[in-house]
Design a protein around this ligand. Structure first.
Ligand SMILES: *[C@@H]1O[C@H](CO)[C@@H](O)[C@H](O)[C@H]1NC(C)=O
Ligand SMILES: *[C@@H]1O[C@H](CO)[C@@H](O)[C@H](O)[C@H]1NC(C)=O
Ligand SMILES: *[C@@H]1O[C@H](CO)[C@@H](O)[C@H](O)[C@H]1NC(C)=O
Ligand SMILES: *[C@@H]1O[C@H](CO)[C@@H](O)[C@H](O)[C@H]1NC(C)=O
Ligand SMILES: *[C@@H]1O[C@H](CO)[C@@H](O)[C@H](O)[C@H]1NC(C)=O
Ligand SMILES: *[C@@H]1O[C@H](CO)[C@@H](O)[C@H](O)[C@H]1NC(C)=O
Ligand SMILES: *[C@@H]1O[C@H](CO)[C@@H](O)[C@H](O)[C@H]1NC(C)=O
Ligand SMILES: [Zn+2]
Length: 430
């Protein structure tokens, strides 16, 4: 064979292999990582070389519209279901369900009550039903029994377990004899420090640098395990953070009689359950109480929030303006940073970056909805997506163009066929 022919043979082989690759979705591995409370613009506050490394060799979406309310549990459940809060049922970190006659709160163990989670089916269950295995390192909800299932592998939530230990588990599961195809990894910061210091504090710089170092550690471990080029890594978050102040506090006790209602959730979206016969009194007292708090009867909640059609949304909600805080009274503690506000506010928006064989390189996209991640994940994993509120076509441009599904031998090679030489092939696909 002449070298030309030889090269042509390699091109054909490479094409065949790349086509095989795109047609075998079960070869697609996905690791979804959430750094809680990582606001979209933290990427530019201090040098974040590891985040920028992922952006340069992968994709970056500048503005991600998360869901209302911009809290941790509601948004983490959206990322793995593609549903708005009113549809997946985790409408807040603190909830009361009048039908179940049960409360849900992060302060107590009742977040482990399956019934709260079962209005939706998270992706790890669908993945397992399709015959695959999943592994979760403390992603919210992954240590809860949902529809009689847990992830194939999971860690019980324990905030004292280090990032390195969580990464070690993820790597172990991806490299075991029966490797997982879906990994979920969660880390509590920069949210914890953002609440404590306030996002405007100069001390947030070192906190962001520390997260960048953690990402660097993850990349290093993935490379060491030969996963870096075969696995699709998606790095995102649940929400951003905004600066609060003692000067911007709204005290409910100034306007309402404590005996007339139950405060189910507090700031910045107060969820108010008036006692029997007290609805009008509570609503009238609150409606025009403070210029920086908008009060809605449940049926008046704006459609764009998709936050109405669920029994866990209380009869009255009061939403604070950005940076304002709602408290029962000032004797309660105030955090210098908070989130939960209107999801149209840029400061509430998280990050989105991805790297791997399925993704384009050095590609920046202006905007996406957080609900679009779910159909994207299902596409990558080759599993059926359950009904959801996202759109795969809205984020398809993040993906490398794949070969058409029906391939004939007469098809011409792609334009840059010279790059399809054996050595390059090795580099790209191993
Ligand atoms: C709801 O549960 C509480 C105890 O948590 C109980 O006192 C109350 O009677 C229950 N209400 C109904 C309607 O079952
Ligand atoms: C949580 O993790 C820490 C650190 O690994 C450990 O010392 C502690 O015993 C764990 N707590 C529980 C309840 O397992
Ligand atoms: C608070 O209310 C005042 C008066 O209506 C308004 O001028 C200001 O913009 C509000 N603050 C925020 C953060 O929306
Ligand atoms: C402030 O509210 C808390 C309940 O959140 C209550 O226990 C406390 O007594 C209140 N303090 C005052 C001074 O009313
Ligand atoms: C990435 O893309 C930008 C423009 O979109 C370009 O200026 C830059 O050189 C590219 N970097 C690499 C490493 O390809
Ligand atoms: C987000 O979803 C809304 C409603 O479906 C849609 O109008 C909007 O275009 C989407 N945004 C992006 C960036 O795709
Ligand atoms: C969101 O998706 C659910 C499930 O398909 C659907 O029932 C609901 O109507 C959707 N919401 C909107 C606003 O389209
Ligand atoms: Zn959070």
């Amino acid at each position: 064979m002449t070298s030309k022919l030889l090269c042509a043979a390699f091109i054909l082989a490479a094409l065949t292999l790349s086509i095989t690759f795109s047609l075998q979705p079960d070869q697609q591995k996905v690791l979804l990582v959430s750094f809680d409370g990582f606001r979209w613009d933290y990427l530019y506050r201090v040098p974040t070389p590891h985040f920028h490394y992922v952006m340069k060799y992968g994709v970056h979406v500048k503005q991600v519209t998360n869901i209302f309310i911009t809290k941790t549990y509601p948004n983490h459940y959206t990322l793995v279901t593609g549903l708005f809060a009113e549809n997946h049922g985790i409408v807040a970190n603190d909830m009361f369900d009048p039908i179940l006659n049960k409360s849900f709160s992060l302060d107590t163990m009742n977040i482990y009550d399956s019934e709260f989670w079962e209005e939706a089916t998270p992706i790890w269950i669908t993945n397992q039903k399709a015959g695959h295995t999943s592994g979760a390192a403390m992603w919210p909800g992954t240590d809860v029994k949902i529809h009689e299932s847990f992830p194939t592998h999971y860690m019980l939530y324990n905030e004292s377990v280090s990032f390195e230990e969580r990464v070690a588990k993820i790597i172990e599961w991806f490299t075991s004899k029966e490797p997982i195809n879906l990994g979920l990894l969660y880390w509590e910061d920069p949210d914890d420090m953002g609440h404590h210091l306030g996002p405007d504090s100069p001390l947030m710089g070192p906190v962001i640098s520390d997260i960048d170092n953690k990402l660097g550690y993850l990349i290093q471990m993935l490379k060491k395990a030969n996963l870096w080029n075969t696995l699709n890594l998606i790095i995102t978050s649940d929400h951003g953070m905004t600066q609060c102040s003692e000067e911007r506090v709204i005290e409910l006790d100034q306007y309402l009689d404590k005996e007339h209602y139950l405060l189910i959730d507090q700031s910045p979206v107060a969820a108010i359950l008036p006692k029997e016969g007290k609805f009008d009194e509570v609503y009238e007292a609150l409606a025009h109480a403070h210029p920086n708090m908008t009060v809605y009867k449940k049926e008046e909640i704006p459609e764009r929030w998709h936050y109405k059609y669920n029994t866990r949304v209380q009869p009255i909600i009061a939403v604070a303006d950005e940076g304002w805080y709602i408290l029962q009274n000032k004797s309660e503690g105030l955090m210098l940073g908070n989130h939960g506000y209107d999801n149209a506010l840029a400061e509430m928006h998280p990050i989105f970056l991805a790297h791997g064989p399925a993704f384009r390189k050095n590609f920046t996209k202006a905007a996406m909805n957080a609900t679009d991640l779910y159909p994207l994940l299902c596409h990558l994993l080759g599993i059926p997506a359950l009904p959801h509120n996202g759109s795969l076509s809205s984020v398809q441009d993040l993906l490398r163009p794949t070969a058409p599904r029906t391939v004939t031998h007469t098809q011409s090679p792609p334009p840059h066929h010279d790059t399809y030489c054996p050595v390059k092939y090795q580099q790209v696909f191993t």
